[in-house]
Design a protein around this ligand. Structure first.
Ligand SMILES: [Cu+2]
Length: 246
């Protein structure tokens, strides 16, 4: 009888172990660098605001539409230089595969008359809170194609929220302060949609092995789509190069 009960326990335990093995998918990672080959770039001059509310908005605003860093130790000759580009959205087309991640509320702040951050990745059907941290009135004007495009006043220290259903990139402006702009990258799975950092680099982890499409988007440089293969236990590396026509 004792032996029989042991056998029953084994029979119950073993299948559950097998299921765990199946869930533990073989995954790899992806690292990439985004480069812009261009004749010499000069940093955009900050905008000096002549707003009537000088306390909150009357300071210089750095333009974040093209944030770059020159690539040092570049051996190639020629008139073009290589720049590392920040705020490029790398979107791995993971579909229904991969980790799901937790639901969270994303915040796009209006702080000292600047949208912060300039580019924000949010989850499709997730909630983004548009927050106004200033003492002045702003508005949030969305320019979407698939999702609604509300134009909402955000009162001083107030907030409002938005929940886009479809994947797309949405421009956000404030009609009261024309220099204010931001972008919402609405992603199916933000665990697999990453922005490049100030060194032009991004990293995506826990990717089930396989072949994928990956798209890169930058507000000024446009969109590039590439193929990438992920192998279990390995880190695939890629370099994405935007070029000027000249
Ligand atoms: Cu504003």
């Amino acid at each position: 009888m004792k032996r029989l009960s042991l056998l029953i326990i084994a029979a119950i335990v073993l299948p559950s172990l097998k299921i765990e093995d199946k869930e533990d998918e073989k995954t790899g990672s992806l690292e990439g660098t985004v480069i812009f080959e261009s004749p010499e770039l000069s940093k955009t001059k900050p905008i000096s605001n002549k707003d009537k509310d000088t306390t909150t908005c009357g300071h210089e605003v750095i333009q974040e539409t093209l944030l770059f860093k020159e690539l040092k130790n570049d051996k190639s000759d020629g008139p073009k230089k290589k720049y590392l580009i920040q705020n490029v959205a790398a979107d791995l087309k993971i579909g229904t595969k991969g980790k799901k991640g937790k639901d969270e509320t994303y915040v796009l702040d209006q702080l000292k008359c600047v949208f912060t951050p300039h580019v924000l990745v949010i989850k499709r059907n997730g909630k983004v809170e548009f927050k106004n941290s200033d003492e002045v009135t702003h508005n949030v004007h969305l320019v979407a194609k698939k999702n609604p495009s509300p134009n909402i006043i955000t009162q001083p220290k107030g907030s409002t929220s938005y929940s886009p259903r479809f994947e797309e990139i949405i421009k956000v402006t404030c009609d009261i302060h024309p220099w204010m702009s931001a972008y919402l990258v609405v992603s199916n799975n933000p665990l697999y949609t990453k922005l490049t950092n100030e060194d032009g680099k991004f990293e995506i982890k826990d990717i089930p092995e396989g072949k994928y499409k990956i798209s890169f988007w930058h507000e000024q440089l446009g969109e590039i789509t590439k193929d990438v293969e992920i192998k279990a236990g390995e880190t695939s590396k890629m370099e994405i190069v935007y070029k000027t026509e000249k």
